[in-house]
Design a protein around this ligand. Sequence first.
Ligand code: EPU
Length: 437
Amino acid sequence: MDQFVIDGGHPLSGSIAVSGSKNASLPILAVSVMTSDACVFRNVPRLRDVQTQVKILNTLGVESQWVRDAITTRVRDDYNSTAPYELVKQMRAGVCVLGPLVAARGEAVVSLPGGCVIGERPIDLHLRGLQALGAEIRIEHGYVHAKAPKGGLKGAEIYLGGRFGSSVLATDNVMCAAVLARGTTVIECAACEPEVVDLAECLNSMGARIEGAGSPRITIHGVRRLKGCDWAVIPDRIEAATFLIAGALTRSPITVKGARAQHLLAVIDVLRQMGVEVKRKGQNMTVVPVERPKAYEVTTLPFPAFPTDVQSQIMALMAVATGTSVITERIYPDRFMAAAELKRMGANISVTNGQAVVHGVESLAGAEVMASDLRASAALVVAALAAHGQTRISRVYHIDRGYERIEERLRRLGARIQRVREPGTTGDEPAQAAGAG
Ligand code: EPU
């Protein structure tokens, strides 16, 4: 197991390029089971979660070759359709093979993902959507068994809203399944996230007929087969937001290259309300830092509103703002793991009932802290870059799930960050279960 040792309080400078999107890559890779042709997926980040997804696909009979940022896949003739617990427990997004498998092979056996540190994450909407298309669903011994009826899945009108609104991966699963169903499917209350649009466009490039992705109503006209694809995934908007916040926290005019501003409007607006401008030029965004940001109120909601995946990082910025900020978490009301660790660094945050009240302090101080989930870890990294003195962040495997070689890339901006082996560990510890993402 590794730790980050960060000597904070030093300004950053220069530019940093954004990687391909983790959350777009994971469901897009899963469409490889839906065609017998070869597929090429480009701009795929080299992350633990992507490696896990590739392993899941390998167990499902997908041969893969990973060269630089491109993964080429092809389905073997002798495949099986079971995604095992050992892999799905490492990454909940493994569940996004369910829709593609039942569509293409008529059946799927996928482990239930199990617990998750960021809160309860049911998959009832995924299952309801597939049932509406005619799939028979059984849950046995911790596995979901999904089976298409004799004549195959059949298009339907499906309302896919849940307690917290739309669901990204449920929309992905049902959309994939509907692509190869007979007739037309309408998904109402579909997730509008850019990652859903990317998946839809990738499927359309393979011959699917999907309309309306990016809006709450997606219409899918079923087709008989899909061909292969050569698809480049979108840039990672969450990574881009994390870097913008790193610039704001360290008061550094860094430039984030290659992100799509239209995916980041809510984040850019919140930064502006806090006094931090983001200058846009083509696909480059440069932070115009201020001495101290102002407090603000943020509510996390589905896209295009402020994303839950940037909530921990903005909390780190609010921790040093003038005045009192309030964060209301509407997607995962318990996702406040960053608060306790930021408090070890001198932040003044209280959390109750899905809300965090952040009283800004003048500055943070380095401390020993522990990463607990992917985005909370990212918040600790950006906070540590700005804090006075040294911070040691243990369990950085969480951050490796979603940020590619983050320490090397931050070092190029002048950050003083080192990866060291955690005392008392060998580096051979098994991957931890129940990772968010
Ligand atoms: N929900 C249900 N029932 C379901 C599915 C979801 O009640 O069947 C609830 C969830 O509990 C949550 C809300 O609906 O309260 C939204 O969850 P959603 O299904 O949209 O989340 P997800 O699709 O499982 C993806 C991202 C997450 C991100 C969320 C929300 C991937 C691989 N993961 O998860 O990313 O937080 O959407 O935007 O795309 C991360 O990258 O750190 C991460 C956690």
